[in-house]
Design a binder for this molecule. Structure first.
Ligand code: FAD
Length: 409
């Protein structure tokens, strides 16, 4: 027996969950909306946690999508510090950590990701940080105030952004990564060279093509030992070792899981249980754009998917077909923006100048543009979006792509 019922239950107060609640309200959803989130804060943006919030230039309130009053004025019941412990998709009920059982009409599961923890010797030492929430960012900033040398493990955007932010705060940062160059896994070798030079020029030491072997120290971390045997002195360590979709609730509820570890969804983001949608980092959906199932861990994608799930709940079921967009900021040194449908191109073309820091890298596969990274060339990004979405055949047009007018293509 349920204690009460709501029209829509949203599980997870992150980017996707908040966007879904907003869109349900804006779309005139006539019934009660309950947004249950495990964290203490109202839904907030995570990107500042490695950028402005970590640097201390953006305060906590500025990270919130809306303050708590915004939700209550719109009759969205915000339940912070509340976890959904169990979902019975046949009975359409959810058991909350408050022990309350809530019956729902439709539900969104938007439980996001958790950090991927490395199990290495020394992992339990003090001074080792992972970054997912604002609280982690607080802890990193507080520890950085007492530290001189910071080692960052990983070559992806979290490690790069934190290295840039902490270097700007005066810390000596060293990055250890398996990749040959920072961000090359996401953006390809040409961009990797650019980011490598940028980070080095600002004083970040890069240890590339090497992995973490163990962490050493008595109580607190004192050094990082790499797979090749290098010893890097460290007063603190930030692990940027990726994220894993949080499917604990979904798995227990019997929702089908996919190859990438996410929750399998239709092209309209509905899960294997009728009336239950998924959105954001843990949503592995059948993408018409990609021609198969994908799972994407980007802020704007989570927001757009939350909105699309709300539209489906309101009766407009369409294949989700927004072109993924992502950005990263390395302190105030550089902002890079990316659009695309794959991260493994066959061929790349550089427009502009990597040396001048104003360029685009066009990724092609099968004669078609599949992704573009731009630094300081917003127009290129807009044209790339059009060319990718249209699937224009660009075979044999490398010269025009490198230096011609993209508008004419
Ligand atoms: C430090 C950092 C910087 C980033 N920077 C960028 C960037 O520059 N650009 C970009 O595009 N992307 C960036 N991202 C990625 C982006 O933030 C994520 O893709 C986005 O937050 C995903 O949103 P989500 O709603 O799917 O999940 P999340 O934001 O992870 O939210 C999920 C929420 O669900 C809660 N939850 C889980 N299980 C339950 C449960 N059973 N009951 C209740 N609540 C539950 C979690 O506690 C969490 O609050 C960054 C991420 C991090 C961590």
């Amino acid at each position: 027996m349920a204690d009460r019922s709501v029209g829509a239950l949203i599980v997870g107060g992150g980017a996707a969950g908040a966007a879904c609640a907003e869109a349900l309200h804006e779309g005139g959803f006539g019934d009660a909306i309950l947004l249950a989130g495990r964290e203490a804060d109202p839904p907030y943006e995570r990107p500042p946690a490695s950028k402005g919030y970590l640097a201390g230039t953006q305060d906590r309130d500025a990270c919130l999508f809306h303050d708590a009053a915004w939700y209550s004025k719109r009759s969205i019941e915000l339940a912070p510090r509340v976890s959904v412990m169990r979902l019975d998709t046949a009975a359409r009920t959810a058991t909350l950590s408050t022990k309350e059982v809530v019956e729902y009409g439709v539900a969104l599961v938007a439980t996001g990701s958790n950090v991927r923890r490395l199990r290495v010797d020394g992992a339990q030492l003090q001074g080792i940080h992972y970054l997912r929430a604002l609280g982690n960012s607080d802890a990193i900033r507080a520890d950085a105030e007492q530290s001189e040398r910071v080692v960052l493990v990983g070559g992806s955007y979290i490690a790069c952004e934190v290295a840039a932010t902490l270097t700007s705060l005066g810390r000596r940062c060293t990055m250890v990564m398996l990749e040959d160059a920072p961000l090359s896994g996401h953006f390809g070798p040409a961009a990797g060279r650019f980011f490598g030079t940028l980070l080095r020029d600002h004083g970040v030491e890069l240890v590339c093509g090497d992995g973490l072997e163990r962490l050493e120290g008595s109580e607190r971390v004192e050094r990082v030992v790499t797979a090749s045997g290098r010893e890097l002195p460290a007063d603190m360590v930030v692990m940027g070792t990726g994220a894993m979709p949080d499917v604990m609730l979904a798995r227990a509820a019997g929702l089908e899981l996919g190859e990438t570890g996410g929750v399998v969804c239709s092209s309209a983001l509905e899960t294997s249980a009728s009336g239950v949608w998924a959105a954001g980092d843990m949503c592995e959906y059948d993408s018409v754009l990609h021609g198969g199932r994908v799972r994407i861990e980007h802020h704007e994608v989570a927001r757009a998917q939350g909105g699309a799930a709300a539209a489906a709940m309101l009766g407009t079921r369409r294949p989700y077909s927004e072109l993924p967009y992502f950005w990263t900021d390395l302190s105030d040194w550089c902002t890079a923006e990316w659009v695309g449908i794959t991260e493994a191109p066959e061929h790349e073309i550089v427009r502009g100048s990597l040396d001048d820091g104003e360029f685009s890298v066009l990724h092609l596969a099968g004669g078609r543009l599949v992704a573009t990274l731009s630094v300081g060339r917003g127009d290129d990004l807009a044209h790339a979006q059009r060319l990718i979405a249209a699937g224009t055949d660009l075979s044999g047009r490398d010269d025009e792509l490198a230096s011609g007018d993209l508008e004419a293509l």
